[in-house]
Design a protein around this ligand. Structure first.
Ligand SMILES: [Zn+2]
Length: 706
């Protein structure tokens, strides 16, 4: 997971006319955000920052940026790159500093007071944001610079910054006439309401169904932990003495995996896949129909053929054709593998004398049997080799081998919680790179998951490099009274993953603060790091038993690597089916006011030959990623990124896992320029070609190893 501050500066940095604040306003005296920090490595002064400092500092930040933008638009000199784009990029520093620290604490160390401040700040920041995007005088200056870009002799980074600033305004409707602008506002408003309605309906539909069991016999096959969970759910729902399973995935999946009751599995699964499609007052088919048509109208208003073209323009893939061809190249091998998995499971049914054909609700149950016989891993046997400190050493060793980086723990830097560790990062030649904060374990004040973010992003201030400050926040297994923190393999991989995001922050070498990272490439620096985590060559350097010091046995490593192939046909097919459905909806070029949602979906699946044993991971009426989230025409991005990292890692497999020249090329072409240029161009400079699909197919076990 990842909360990279991707948004382009014009979107993140905002401005709103507030009450003209004077310097002596409450909360500004002694506000640590308003004077130089005087801390080691210029880190945020956590000893001095108090909750009451945030809101006044944000308001002052907004006021300053507003003044900066006023100065840009009222500059009597003709627009130039420096006095418009450069000035805009240099503005808003206070606000972004406060927001970064505030955002960091909100995720890692929140309190009701901070949550309350966030509620007060949100409308101010949103309005500030809108005021910038709707500033016509600002757009006129950017357009004036954009129109003469060919003769301005701009650096590639400057061209990219200019092009993105211009494009963001245009995509927001800046070139439309008044009538069109007003229609665009209507469309945006209707779409946001429909999206909310879709989400509300889905939530109600998900909560509506419960599989309530009151007969012990109905629990056949369920392990005690699953039964206990169902008992607890029943208690919460005031049905003591019964067992309840819901349509929430953590409740439903263990039932589907373990219950020997074919009829009950069917009942639960059917309820899941019929959400929003039951013809009741929470049916989502009408919302789907309207959303698809309104998105198409908006795309056409803005000059695009369809919604997919509008969305993908800012991605690395750039066009719907590129995405379609990517998905179709994966589809054949994945479907073939899924059919083989069906045959394996049918064989088990036949052997058991089941006398029935495998159904969609049987998949988890039989797959679990296959997993236990062929791929079972013993978590308890693995953890001793992944002591947190050893995994950290593995990550640092990898960074040193690839990029020559050194990590020096700093105990003199103030932290927001005593558990947080701070490391100063230096190049092989000793020059200073930046700082990283590591915050490993769960606390009630921390949100779930793992992510990498930053307190400050790298840029150059009057020719001098401003060093980045990155953070990693996780929820890893805590140490206990008698054992250190022993990570699961997933946790260890997560550490490598998040550290990849941090490397993109630390090694960035851009002149400006603006970044624009395409959504389908945001996981490249992180996912590529996961590849090293389980490579025997690196494991030998860090995966040592915490008591005996013995290196993890080869046989355990092999099992670990095999386990990644389990059920990949199914996982890939159900994911691709949903991705293709998403593209089909958003590649429509003609309005379909009367489209039959179920039929459209069935036709789309028939066209690709989806087998009846598998349902797309999301059907239209509960596909919240695309109808109530930010992933329309974009559900495929997870696999697109996987294609990238598999292909990029292949370069290391060809030249050597720690090959310095390959690492330097990855650093120079991608990490240093990440978000400040066209990613496909950068990628080709690294790899010599566009990403190929074969490394991903091999990794998923959909194609034999060479
Ligand atoms: Zn990530």
């Amino acid at each position: 997971m990842r909360s990279y501050r991707v948004a382009f500066l014009l979107v993140v940095v905002m401005c709103l006319p507030l009450v003209a604040a004077s310097q002596n306003q409450d909360g500004l005296n002694d506000n640590p955000f308003l004077s130089p920090y005087k801390t080691p490595l210029d880190t945020p002064p956590f000893g001095l920052i108090k909750n009451e400092h945030f809101l006044p500092a944000m308001k002052e930040g907004i006021r300053r940026e507003e003044a900066e933008i006023d100065a840009i638009v009222n500059n009597p000199a003709p627009p130039t790159f420096a006095n418009t784009l450069g000035a805009l990029d240099a503005g808003g520093k206070l606000l972004s500093e406060v927001n970064s620290v505030f955002g960091g604490l909100q995720g890692s160390e929140t309190t009701p007071e901070l949550q309350n401040i966030a509620k007060q700040a949100a409308p101010l920041l949103a309005a500030h944001n809108d005021n910038i995007r709707l500033n016509e005088k600002l757009f006129a200056r950017i357009k004036a610079v954009y129109d003469q870009r060919a003769k301005l002799n701009l650096s590639p980074e400057e061209q990219f910054l200019l092009q993105n600033a211009y494009r963001d305004f245009v995509r927001g409707g800046a070139l439309l006439d008044e009538k069109q602008k007003s229609r665009l506002r209507e469309l945006n408003q209707q779409l946001s309401l429909l999206s909310l309605k879709f989400g509300d309906n889905l939530l109600a539909e998900t909560n509506d169904f419960k599989l309530v069991l009151d007969n012990r016999g109905d629990l056949a096959g369920l392990p005690p932990s699953v039964i206990a969970m169902a008992e607890e759910t029943a208690r919460q729902l005031k049905m003591p003495g019964k067992w309840v399973f819901t349509l929430q995935v953590p409740s439903m999946t263990p039932f589907l995996q373990n219950s020997t009751r074919h009829d009950l599995r069917e009942k639960l699964y059917r309820a899941y896949i019929m959400r929003g499609d039951r013809g009741n007052d929470r049916d989502n088919k009408d919302s789907v129909r309207q959303i698809v048509n309104l998105r198409l109208e908006r795309a056409k208003l803005l000059g695009y053929r369809n919604h997919a073209q509008f969305i993908l323009e800012t991605n690395m893939s750039k066009t719907p054709q590129a995405v379609d061809s990517f998905l179709s190249r994966l589809w054949g091998p994945a479907l073939a593998r899924a059919k083989a998995e069906v045959a394996d499971m049918q064989a088990i049914i036949d052997k058991e004398g089941g006398n029935s054909k495998l159904q969609p609700w049987d998949w988890w149950y039989y797959a679990e049997k296959v997993r236990q016989s062929k791929y079972a891993l013993d978590d308890a046997a693995l953890r001793p080799y992944f002591k947190l400190e050893n995994v950290r050493l593995g990550v640092f060793t990898l960074c040193e081998k690839l990029y020559g980086l050194k990590f020096i723990e700093r105990h003199d830097i103030r932290v927001y919680n005593p558990e947080v560790q701070v490391f100063e990062v230096r190049e092989a030649d000793g020059s200073y790179v930046g700082v990283v904060y590591l915050d490993f374990h769960p606390r009630p004040s921390k949100r779930g998951g793992a992510w990498s973010s930053s307190f400050r992003r790298e840029y150059y201030d009057q020719g001098k490099r401003v060093a980045p400050i990155s953070t990693i926040t996780c929820n890893f297994t805590r140490p206990t009274a008698d054992s250190p923190s022993l990570l699961s393999v997933e946790e260890a991989k997560t550490f490598f993953h998040e550290f990849g995001h941090t490397l993109a922050t630390l090694l960035s070498n851009a002149k400006y603060r603006g970044r624009s990272i395409p959504r389908d490439a945001i996981e490249l620096p992180s996912q590529i790091m996961e590849n090293w985590a389980l490579e025997p060559e690196l494991l030998k350097l860090y995966a040592k038993h915490y008591q005996t010091g013995a290196v993890i046995p080869d046989e355990l490593v092999q099992k670990l690597r095999n386990s990644s192939l389990f059920n990949q046909g199914f996982a890939t097919v159900e994911y691709l089916a949903a991705s293709i459905l998403d593209m089909d909806w958003h590649e429509l070029t003609q309005a379909q006011p009367a489209v039959d949602v179920d039929k459209f979906e069935a036709d789309a699946m028939a066209k690709i030959g989806l087998i009846p044993e598998i349902v797309p991971r999301y059907r239209s009426t509960y596909f919240s990623h695309i109808f109530n989230g930010g992933y329309s025409a974009g559900y495929h991005v997870y696999y697109w990124a996987a294609q990238l990292d598999a292909d990029a890692f292949e370069a290391f497999k060809e030249k050597g896992l720690f090959d310095k020249a390959t690492a330097t090329s990855f650093r120079k072409n991608i990490l240093e320029k990440y978000g400040t240029g066209d990613l496909m161009t950068q990628y080709k400079a690294f790899r010599g070609a566009e990403p190929k699909i074969e490394p991903l197919l091999r990794r998923l076990g959909l194609m034999p190893q060479p």
